[in-house]
Design a protein around this ligand. Structure first.
Ligand SMILES: O=C(O)[C@@H](O)C(=O)COP(=O)(O)O
Ligand SMILES: [Zn+2]
Length: 212
């Protein structure tokens, strides 16, 4: 895809997520890797609802601004994910309601906030480790993400929201949708208890499907 097509794709997916309540106001940020290895990111304080393709921020892998409006204050967090996952082509950070609620829940397992309740969640994400609360925009978030990203395509920031990657932006959005739906199911089931997949089920899925 050309840079122009990728810019338009970012605008389109952002608007789609905005319209479905995955991010409201100026919350969240998105990035993708351009063919020349630089990163296209949403500008800070922009809304997913009305991004303009020509105003998107372009930065180097060192975080240096090349063009467009000032990049998201979470760009270091995105760059940490790209560094650790060379296969990664797109990233979304959301304040989507079910995952953000999960990120505030007492007693969540820091190694995996969401149990394996459905096969598709296991195929697309599998495990969701949690980074302790750190103020948005702090370079410390990037340090935590850097440690987890080689092994995990999605990470939950406590009392904040998820960061989710994919081989392309389209795949990152699909992974985000699956993760948000799984968090919703988790809250629906929690009052009743739930059957989860066994380790054997998880191993079979990981051996059969390679979506991460
Ligand atoms: O929660 C925050 O403040 C940021 O993580 C965020 O979601 C929006 O920041 P910008 O991308 O700088 O607008
Ligand atoms: Zn945020």
């Amino acid at each position: 895809m050309s840079e122009q097509q990728l810019r338009e794709e970012m605008v389109r997916y952002a608007r789609s997520m905005f319209e479905r309540g995955y991010s409201s106001g100026g919350a969240g940020n998105i990035s993708l890797k351009l063919p020349d290895g630089t990163i296209l990111a949403t500008p800070t304080n922009s809304s997913f609802g009305d991004l303009v393709a020509d105003e998107l921020s372009k930065v180097t892998m060192d975080g240096e601004q090349i063009s467009g409006q000032k990049a998201s204050k979470e760009v270091l967090m995105h760059l940490a994910m790209y560094r650790q996952r060379p296969q990664c082509g797109g990233i979304v950070h959301l304040h989507s309601p079910w995952l953000t609620a999960l990120s505030c829940l007492p007693g969540i397992d820091p190694e995996n906030a969401l149990p394996p309740i459905t096969p598709y969640y296991v195929m697309r994400v599998g495990k969701l480790p949690v980074v302790p609360y750190i103020r948005p925009g702090s370079p410390l978030i990037a340090e935590h993400v850097e440690k987890l990203a080689a092994e995990h395509n999605a990470i939950l920031l406590a009392n904040h929201g998820p960061i989710i990657s994919g081989k392309t932006l389209r795949e990152a959005v699909f992974n985000a949708e699956e993760l948000e739906e799984t968090a919703k199911l988790y809250f629906m089931l929690k009052p009743f208890g739930m059957n989860t997949l066994t380790q054997e089920n998880v191993d079979e899925l990981n051996a059969t499907f390679n979506m991460k």
